[in-house]
Ligand binder design. Structure first.
Ligand code: NDP
Length: 453
């Protein structure tokens, strides 16, 4: 690690205590950029990275609401407006009890680079709340979403800041949030993405992150003259990203044998086929049940509950060719990464944001496997949100084929940028450096053009 990066990380830690995920995200990017600063000292002089690290604006607010029993509840709401150099702030909302300022800052920071990679004009942001939607009635969810938007609406807008979904925020929540925004502002605009199809949403948006992560894996495989046909795949999570990852892997001839939620994971050696993933979609999106039910429905499958005593995740310890972490941050540690490599995995495409620890990333890079970091591999979601914004501005809807073709083209172009930048800066095949450098340069040049603001 260069002295510059060491000093920068020390300062980030001192200034942002108790935000380990944010420190981790900054460190990974800063290490990749060391070579850029050597060749282009002008970015260092202008303190571009230091400015990107400091959010342009952080909004925190009280979210009071009344539950089904008439009891007053108070949650904390956030919106991190990280960087608007290349477009309006753009990034999802996360509702999960683990949400803190540090988690959202790491996600907003990652989002800046990811959005830059998509080729679309979008800045970076992220938001959410420590509200736990699990097990709550639709009515409670609606009341919470309305309370959350009653404050957020003053800070967002179609040309200012355009939130979307993330963990715990899917189509249902976006609907309630949009309804409240429309009521308060008395305007129907593309202020949120992930909307329903008959009120401004885009075809393929729900599928986009999962599909995109599989397209990215296919792009990586194609550099070795291979494809997903017959490949054994491990997928974690069972939410939006995981579901459509499985759907696309099946379509391209691969076989998925795992899925998980926060209680445990299932292993199905016959493969999670079309009929089985339809069951999971109904279980998770309609009945809002737990993955354990999968083994009651499909005989010969195995459920393993989470064991907090283990220092590794057994989901990552099966023989396979490809892994698609699609649940949450830091779900693959150093030991998991070693297990994956040992078991034959040579493609990792991250559907989740920062699912691999710094130690795990080092294992993948040292093993020289095809490792697609989240900010490149899962950028299809926000890219299709960008396409939703374009359709909203034009007031027309593209067909499924048109959006899917554009998504494919964007994933192809992100892959090409990563490969070219990694080559140009002397680390061929290193998608981490490629993504960080390509994402950085576009934002950095825009910031240089726009002066110290
Ligand atoms: P969902 O809420 O739809 O699903 C999340 C899944 O991950 C659930 O299966 C959930 O299990 C599991 N999960 C969440 N937290 C944990 C945890 N601490 N430990 C184990 N499992 C956990 O979210 P998404 O599918 O939308 O998001 C998944 C990941 O993809 C996140 O990292 C998100 O930031 C990233 N992402 C999402 C995009 C999108 O378009 N939705 C775009 C780009 C990235 P349980 O049901 O038990 O909570």
């Amino acid at each position: 690690m260069s002295d510059y990066v060491k000093d920068l990380i020390a300062e980030v830690k001192a200034k942002n205590p108790a935000q380990p995920e944010f420190h981790q995200a900054v460190q990974e990017v800063a290490e990749s950029l060391a070579i850029v600063f050597e060749r282009h000292p002008e970015y260092r002089t202008a303190k571009i990275l230091e400015r990107i690290i400091e959010p342009e604006r952080v909004i925190t607010f009280r979210v009071p609401w009344v539950d089904d029993q008439g009891e007053v509840q108070i949650n904390r709401g956030y919106r991190i407006e990280m960087n608007s150099a290349i477009g309006p702030y753009k990034g999802g909302l996360r509702f999960h009890p683990s949400v803190t300022l540090g988690i959202l800052k790491f996600l907003a920071f990652e989002q800046v680079f990811k959005n830059s990679l998509t080729t679309l004009p979008m800045g970076g942001g992220k938001g959410g709340s420590d509200f736990d939607p699990k097990g709550k009635s639709d009515l409670k969810i609606m009341r919470f979403c309305q309370a959350f938007m009653s404050e957020l609406f003053r800070h967002i807008g179609a040309d200012t800041d355009v939130p979307a979904g993330d963990i715990g925020v899917g189509g249902r929540e976006i609907g309630y949030l949009f309804g409240q925004y429309k009521k308060l502002r008395n305007e129907f605009t593309g202020v949120l993405t992930g909307k329903g199809l008959n009120w401004g949403g885009s075809l393929i948006r729900p599928e986009a992150t999962g599909y995109g992560s599989v397209y990215f894996a296919s792009e990586m495989l194609s550099t070795k003259g291979k494809n997903l046909q017959g490949k054994m795949c491990l997928v974690s999570g069972s939410g939006n990203v995981a579901q459509y990852t499985v759907e696309k892997i099946n379509e391209l001839g691969g076989k998925v044998v795992t899925l998980s939620d926060s209680n445990g994971y299932i292993y199905d050696e016959k493969g999670i086929d079309k009929q089985k993933i339809a069951f999971v979609m109904d279980l998770k999106n309609v009945r809002r049940g737990r993955m354990q039910e999968y083994v009651d429905k499909f005989k010969g499958t195995v459920y393993t509950p989470v064991d907090p005593k283990l220092d590794y995740n057994p989901l990552w310890n099966h023989k396979a060719d490809c892994a698609f972490p699609s649940a949450t941050q830091n779900e693959i540690n150093g030991k998991d990464a070693q297990n994956l490599v040992k078991n034959g995995v040579n493609v990792v495409s991250e559907g989740a944001n920062m699912p691999t620890t710094l130690e795990g990333v080092r294992v993948f890079l040292d093993a020289k496997i095809l490792y697609g970091p989240g900010k490149a591999a899962n950028a299809g979601g926000v890219a299709t949100s960008g396409l939703e914004m374009t359709q909203n501005s034009m007031r027309l809807n593209w067909t499924r084929e048109e959006v899917d073709t554009r998504l494919r083209m964007i994933m192809h172009s992100i892959h090409t940028s990563c490969v070219q930048m990694a080559d140009r800066f002397g680390t061929p095949g290193n998608y981490v450096n490629g993504a960080n450098i390509a994402g950085f340069l576009k934002v950095a040049d825009a910031m240089m053009d726009q002066g110290v603001v």
